[in-house]
Design a protein around this ligand. Structure first.
Ligand code: IPE
Ligand code: IPE
Ligand code: MG
Length: 236
């Protein structure tokens, strides 16, 4: 298909991506799954840059779910090593691009080294405002709701004071607008415990390509599709 290289008029403020299909990308080439995860991380720089260029303000990336701990030990270990390398390698580039980094998920469930890296990354980019980059790691949509309820109770909030705005403020994503567009690569069409609370009115887009093949042109296609959607939010 010919891709319209022009930017559509209506650019989503917030794009969230379920980066799926690394394993199948590798298997289809006769490679070990971890090679697919490596290839997937190569793609991050391209997509982060393209979002900055296209005027997307918030980019949320689903990198590791609360259920992904259930994969074989070797794969989980390999993934942790890859994330560690990516963090080291990409931080300077993120600073350079004016990205503001935020971790979304249960920090206490990851290694101390990773916690320190996240803290450093968030601290050093905190004044940047060109692109708000949220990384969902050890993240589960249901876990996030449990986390919010726990903190509401801890804070002694009265039942009658609980509102949708307040619940939103107790999420990991407090202060961040809901995603306008959610992209899930690899042809799978499900939420897999991504932003349960935040995606009630998001537009969905499901390209067939595996995540390592989701390039700038694919992103542009997604933006064009989004700009042709009619969002109604329950109204007419
Ligand atoms: C997504 O790719 C990356 C993570 C979940 C960490 P997968 O590893 O799920 O790839 P497939 O779905 O098995 O192809
Ligand atoms: C969702 O993909 C999680 C991430 C991409 C990080 P999965 O591959 O884990 O989801 P399922 O198991 O196919 O639903
Ligand atoms: Mg998958």
């Amino acid at each position: 298909m010919e891709i319209d290289q022009q930017l559509p008029k209506d650019i989503p403020t917030h794009v969230a991506i379920i980066m799926d299909g690394n394993g199948r990308w590798a298997e289809s080439r006769g490679l070990p799954r971890l090679m697919g995860h490596r290839a997937g991380t190569e793609n991050l720089r391209t997509i982060i840059r393209a979002c900055g260029e296209f005027g997307v303000k918030y980019l949320k990336l689903y990198a590791f779910s609360t259920e992904n701990w259930g994969r074989p030990e070797d794969e989980v270990k390999g993934l942790m090593k890859i994330f560690d390398d990516v963090f080291e390698r990409e931080l300077a580039e993120l600073i350079d691009q004016g990205a503001n980094l935020k971790y979304i998920g249960r920090k206490d469930g990851v290694s101390e080294k990773m916690q320190a890296q996240i803290k450093h990354g968030e601290e050093i980019t905190k004044d940047n405002d060109k692109l708000f980059l949220n990384v969902a790691f050890n993240y589960g949509g249901r876990d996030e709701i449990v986390y919010a309820i726990q903190r509401l109770i801890e804070d002694g909030v009265k039942a009658e004071d609980v509102s949708e705005e307040m619940v939103s403020d107790y999420m990991f994503t407090s202060g961040i607008p809901d995603p306008d567009l959610v992209i899930r690569t690899s042809g799978e069409k499900r939420l897999s415990n991504f932003l349960t609370w935040q995606t009630v009115y998001s537009e969905w887009y499901f390209p067939d390509v595996y995540w390592p093949d989701f390039n700038k042109d694919e992103l542009l296609k997604a933006l064009h599709e989004y700009s042709n959607r009619k969002r109604r939010f329950g109204k007419i």
